[in-house]
Design a binder for this molecule. Structure first.
Ligand code: FEO
Ligand code: CA
Ligand code: CA
Ligand code: CA
Length: 633
């Protein structure tokens, strides 16, 4: 936890914020910022010309604004209904045992909903329909916190072998069939779609790096077979009905002396942040696959975007090496007007980069089987911002500095060492890129830059304009004429986070006292094109994380309104709508984080003294069945 008193004031030698913005080109419009109030006037210009002012106008968002706060409960806009749908430990199969926190086993966890739900994706059933009352929910289980999970609050080195096995079993993903009856959602435990994907599930590496010698390990004789997925943060759904899950902080799972690794792998591990001594990695104590002194190149099997077909429970998930290897927050794709698939992904670490992938082949709406391979091959590019705007620099073997001279012997090396490739081509280091998602109404792309405490006055730029940035910003990337394959985009700032008195914060001038937010992480778009922003880190400013929604065009562009908030210690992840917008799913991750099993600050959602706080997926509905966001009455 960070003491709010520690939030610094703007350094006196800092160039005034408005000067930094004014000096830099490439912006579609200019934010007039008042540092005195911290509330700025947004440009009000539409991002989409003729799509115009009726989109996302305030009348679409008539809900009563929630007050900010910080307590042990989940809160949603007054009058709205919320239902806890799936908690850590809940059965997901007909024969699953009930959750018993004092007698957890690996076998039981593999039949139950996992820990620390992050990404949530809703895919209507049947496949290809717009059914909003029946579908598959695909949920990521990112990581564990043993002190909150087991009686006695064991830290990493005190966990039993069985507890470590439980931790591993509860990581990965869950797929469950869900349906709505009147205003309640339920899980169909009998469904043949239901599935747990774990760090031991068989996966297949595809694309330029598949089969490469750097992937040959004791567990993968061909460099194609791979085992499991973990550290899965956010994700996305493809138009052909698969889910992209993002392997993010994989370095937290490994430890051990990796000096026996090949030089290229050693350099790669260091660039990724692998540690010889890692206090939070429990698995290497019992599983040598995560012990780099035993299997020094195993980390190259992780850090990928993984594509899963939830409609085929027997399908082998595919690791898509063409999209690069880094701390993927997520990956969201769209079909460009010319038929190519374009995906965007952020590398969630301070001073890391934004990426774009363009498929080699075109999408065919009538051939799902062919679409299944679209992410296997294509061009990965990295974002560089200059005075003209945003330029996408292709990361292609043999081009520019990406040659043998710098350790790149084929495209596979660019896949493994994507960050290094980005360094060499001069990509712009960003303030921790989290979700990068495409607004399906306006066609522009929104990048959540969550924060960067290490940003200094000396390395500010127009897109990362605040030193010691503890509250983040939301950047809009604007493809010219809607062409996501263009070399150059324009960009604009949607808002700059933080409380009104926090230096550099910038919102629509009529933003309410509960409308400011901090640390944007994930986002979703409703059918009117409004952006629903989920935060991770607002407690730095003394308020709970939650969801704020803002129009992105029209007179209320960049004017957030508070919709829901999490219990203390939690972040809000995975916002996701049904196609008709009448249900809104989200994930409450790590309630009471930082506490121990015996004395948590909250026991949400059970509030039973025999039950620890449980990460859970919540579904929010309007009491009259209207769209979520509408007024009640
Ligand atoms: Fe897992 Fe980038 O948050
Ligand atoms: Ca998270
Ligand atoms: Ca995240
Ligand atoms: Ca985050």
């Amino acid at each position: 936890m960070i003491d709010p008193d520690d939030i610094p004031t703007n350094p006196s030698n800092a160039e005034p914020f408005e000067h930094i913005l004014a000096r830099r080109g490439g912006r579609r419009s200019f934010l007039k910022t008042s540092l005195a109030s911290g509330i700025a006037a947004a440009s009000g210009l539409s991002g989409c010309g003729s799509l115009g002012a009726s989109l996302g106008s305030a009348s679409e968002l008539g809900f009563a604004e929630l007050n900010q706060g910080l307590d042990e409960n989940f809160h949603v806009s007054p009058g709205y209904q919320s239902q806890v749908l799936l908690r850590w430990g809940d059965p997901i199969f007909a024969g699953s045992p009930d959750f018993d926190p004092e007698n957890q086993t690996e076998e039981a966890q593999l039949q139950q909903f996992g820990y620390n739900n992050d990404y949530v994706g809703f895919l209507p059933l049947p496949l290809g329909s717009n059914n909003s009352n029946h579908g598959l929910l695909v949920v990521n289980h990112e990581y564990c916190r043993s002190r909150l999970m087991y009686p006695g609050s064991p830290g990493t080195t005190r966990m039993s072998q069985e507890q470590v096995a439980v931790n591993k079993a509860t990581t990965g993903l869950s797929v469950v069939e869900v349906s709505r009856t009147e205003d309640r959602w339920q899980v169909n435990l009998e469904s043949s779609y239901n599935r747990r994907i774990s760090p031991d599930s068989l996966m297949e590496l595809t694309g330029p790096a598949a089969g490469h010698r750097r992937l040959l390990t004791k567990y993968s004789a061909n460099g194609i077979d791979s085992w499991g997925t973990y550290g899965n943060c956010a994700g996305g759904i493809t138009p052909w009905g698969t889910v992209l899950t993002a392997e993010e902080n994989i370095q937290d799972f490994f430890s051990g002396d990796f000096s026996s690794a090949e030089p290229s792998d050693r350099e790669s591990h260091e660039r990724f942040g692998m540690r010889v001594e890692n206090r939070i990695a429990a698995w290497p104590r019992f599983y040598e696959r995560w012990d780099m002194s035993k299997t020094p190149n195993e980390p190259l099997h992780a850090g990928w975007i993984v594509e899963i077909d939830p409609f085929d429970p027997e399908s082998v998930p595919k690791k898509r090496t063409a999209i690069g290897r880094f701390k993927h927050e997520g990956c969201n794709v769209t079909i460009n007007a010319d038929g190519y698939v374009v995906g965007y992904s952020g590398d969630d670490q301070a001073f890391e980069y934004l990426y774009r992938f363009i498929s080699k082949n075109k999408y065919d709406p009538n051939d799902r089987a062919a679409n299944m391979d679209l992410l296997e091959d294509g061009i990965l590019s990295v974002a560089k911002f200059d005075d003209e705007g945003l330029i996408w620099i292709p990361l292609v073997y043999g081009e520019g500095p990406l040659t043998e001279e710098n350790g790149f012997y084929s495209q596979a090396d660019i896949c493994f060492d994507t960050r290094k490739a980005g360094d060499l081509v001069g990509a712009t280091p960003m303030d921790r890129p989290e979700d990068v998602d495409i607004n399906p109404v306006t066609g522009s792309v929104f990048a959540m830059l969550t924060n960067n405490w290490d940003r200094e006055v000396s390395n500010l730029d127009a897109t990362n304009p605040r030193p010691d940035n503890r509250a983040g910003q939301i950047l809009e990337l604007i493809p010219p004429d809607g062409d996501h394959c263009a070399d150059r985009f324009a960009w604009d700032m949607l808002l700059i986070g933080g409380s009104p008195d926090y230096p550099g914060s910038s919102y629509h001038p009529e933003t309410s006292e509960n409308g400011w937010l901090a640390c944007p992480d994930n986002c979703a778009f409703d059918n009117a094109g409004n952006i629903w922003i989920a935060t991770d880190g607002a407690e730095t400013f003394g308020i709970a994380d939650g969801v704020w929604v803002a129009p992105v065009v029209g007179p209320d562009r960049g004017r957030p309104k508070h919709f829901l908030r999490t219990p203390v210690g939690a972040e809000l992840c995975g916002p996701c709508f049904t196609p008709d917008n009448t249900s809104f799913f989200c994930a409450v991750q790590h309630p009471s984080e930082g506490d121990d099993y015996e004395t948590p600050r909250t026991r949400w959602p059970d509030f039973d003294e025999n039950m620890p706080p449980r990460p859970a997926v919540v579904v929010v509905t309007h009491p009259q069945g209207n769209k979520v966001g509408d007024a009640i009455g």
